[in-house]
Structure formats: structure tokens, C-alpha cells
Design a protein around this ligand. Structure first.
Ligand code: PEP
Ligand code: MG
Length: 324
């Protein structure tokens, strides 16, 4: 598949109406990194750090982690890598951590909730990331932030880690960006100051969708029941993007839907300018975006919405069929 799109690999995802969408890839293991140059991705928009924890039989040491992150940044060769701090709990359980027996783990003690209440691992991870950056730029994002205070507390952990490293005399990152993943609807309604304080947000559509529709992403019976292109979800996204734009907060979408061509086109038409996806999706998504006028797609979406359609999928699909 990547061969098929080789001719556009080094070209931007620039639409016929002149908008440039940055396409980045999702990764989690060293083995994913060779896809960075071959896919044409402009960096790693989501690096799921828990995968390197999940494949081990015991908790990694800080030095091992910093060696791993150094290799990731070396392989990225100056391109941006957004490291997502540990998202443990829910469907991802570490054999060497005490399991927490919860009735509803996806809504339970997971991700940044664990990181803030038992900060040992988060601190180790932040320190390892700062050391790995070793004078290079560093991008970190926190998973499953549901309210402003959680972002502030997590960011304070980063600030403390920086201060420790400074005192120890280690080189600090040349610049840094500290973002939040938006995976619960609540964060979209956070106070304005959240959008001012956060360096960027990354929409984790997999989790966001399951909480928006109250439909378990792991439950075969309900997970496909609600279309991502459902008008309610798109209206929610559109209002979120408007808030981000009002505060100049960069926003990206890194859930699996970003790699589906029709979804990607709709997200771009709603105003998202950064989409992160599995490497094999970059070619097809770029190919499609380069041939389209997003203002026209937006008009198709708006007409479908005005008609009262439940989902804009058929209207957009029909439009795309006529274009390509
Ligand atoms: C998401 O929820 O959309 C996401 C990117 O994170 P994960 O799939 O790892 O939960
Ligand atoms: Mg998630």
C-alpha cells in the first residue's frame, strides 16, 4: 500500500482550497519507528508509552526508560514525537502492578488519575523523558484529563521534574509543549483558562466517542451502533474546535477514526489541521485530501445537518464519489 502512495509521500497534504493538514502517525514500540520516513508522516502525534510497560515482566527502571525514549527521539530524527504518559488501567493492566478490581475499569482508576494519586511512575517517566530529550525539544501529553485541575497538577509534576533535573545539572529540553488528551466530554466544557494554559490538545476519539454515546468501545454489541459522523458528535467537535481556535490552542485528533479517509476529510472540513493515525493510513488520507475542496465538503456537511440526517456519512460519501 505504501508503494502506491510513494509519489506523494514527501508532498504536503494540501487541499484544492489551499489548506494544509499535518498528518502524523501513532506509535508505541521501537518497531513502529521505521514507518516514520516510509509513510510520509510528519512526526509521531501519539506515542503510547504504556506498550513498552505492557511487554515487560517487571517495572522498567528510569535509566532503561530514558534509553528507550532516547532511541525513539533519535529515530524520529528531529521530527516531533508526542509522548503520552502512561495510560494504565481500563483495558491495559500490568502484570507487575496490583490489579484493581473495579466494576467499570474504563471509567475507573486509570491513566492520569493513577499518575496523580500514585505519582511515583509518572515522576520517573517525566524525568526519563527530560533526560532523553537531552537539550532537544520535548512534547508530552497526559491521558484522560477530565478537568482543569488535573491538567494543572500534571503540569506541576512536569515543572517539578524540570527543576530537579536543573538542580542535578542535566541539560533541559531546548523547548517543550505540555498537552492534554481530550477523551471525556467534560474537558471540552472546561473554563477558558484551560484552553489558555494548555499548550495543545489531542482528541482521543476512541475514548471520547465511547463516553459521548455511552457505548463501550470493547463491547461488540454496541461499539458500532453510533456513527462517528453522527451529527451530535460532529456538532460537539465543531464547538470544541471553535473554542480551541478562539484561544489559539492547537488541536489534533489521534483516535483511530482519524485514519479512516471519510472521517479524516470530515474532521479537516470541521477545521482540524492535525490528524494522527496508523502509518498505513497516511497515504490514502493524504491522497484524498489533496484532491478535495474542504469548503465544499463543509457545505455538504451543513446541508446534511440542516436536513436532519442522523449522520452525514451518506451525504459526504455521495459527494466524494462524484469527486474522485
Ligand atoms: C483514544 O482514546 O482515542 C486514544 C488515542 O487512546 P487509546 O486508544 O490508547 O485509549
Ligand atoms: Mg484513550
Amino acid at each position: 500500500a505504501q508503494k502506491r502512495y510513494a509519489s506523494i509521500r514527501d508532498l504536503p497534504a494540501q487541499t484544492q482550497c489551499g489548506k494544509v493538514i499535518s498528518l502524523t502517525m501513532n506509535a508505541g514500540l521501537m518497531a513502529d519507528l521505521p514507518s516514520l520516513p516510509s509513510s510520509g508522516a510528519e512526526g509521531v502525534g501519539l506515542f503510547r508509552t504504556e506498550l513498552q510497560f505492557l511487554i515487560r515482566s517487571q517495572m522498567p527502571k528510569r535509566a532503561e526508560l530514558s534509553a528507550l525514549y532516547t532511541r525513539v527521539l533519535d529515530a524520529a530524527n528531529g521530527q516531533r514525537v508526542a509522548f503520552r504518559t502512561l495510560d494504565i488501567g481500563s483495558d491495559k493492566v500490568l502484570s507487575y502492578m496490583k490489579p484493581n478490581d473495579e466494576p467499570n475499569p474504563a471509567m475507573g482508576w486509570r491513566a492520569i488519575r493513577v499518575g496523580l494519586e500514585k505519582p511515583g511512575v509518572l515522576r520517573m517517566q517525566l524525568q526519563a523523558l527530560i533526560r532523553a530529550a537531552n537539550g532537544r525539544p520535548l512534547t508530552v501529553m497526559f491521558p484522560f484529563v477530565a478537568q482543569l485541575e488535573e491538567y494543572r497538577m500534571a503540569r506541576a509534576e512536569f515543572d517539578k521534574a524540570m527543576e530537579r533535573e536543573r538542580i542535578l545539572g542535566h541539560p533541559l529540553p531546548s523547548s517543550f509543549e505540555i498537552g492534554a488528551m481530550l477523551e471525556t466530554p467534560s474537558l471540552a466544557f472546561a473554563p477558558d483558562v484551560f484552553f489558555q494554559e494548555v499548550d495543545f490538545i489531542s482528541i482521543g476519539g476512541n475514548d471520547l466517542k465511547q463516553f459521548f454515546f455511552a457505548a463501550d468501545r470493547e463491547n461488540e454489541r454496541v461499539r458500532r451502533r453510533y456513527d462517528t459522523l453522527n451529527v451530535s458528535f460532529l456538532t460537539f467537535l465543531e464547538q470544541l474546535i471553535a473554542r480551541c481556535n478562539a484561544h489559539n490552542t492547537p488541536a489534533s485528533f489521534c483516535g483511530e477514526d482519524a485514519g479512516r479517509p471519510i472521517e479524516a476529510v470530515v474532521f479537516a472540513a470541521l477545521g482540524l489541521r492535525n490528524l494522527s493515525m496508523r502509518p498505513a493510513s497516511i497515504g490514502p488520507v493524504k491522497h484524498l485530501l489533496r484532491r478535495l475542496n474542504l469548503d465544499e465538503v463543509k457545505a455538504v456537511i451543513d446541508e446534511s445537518r440542516a436536513r436532519g440526517d442522523q449522520s452525514v456519512r451518506s451525504a459526504v460519501t455521495e459527494y466524494l464519489r462524484k469527486q474522485v
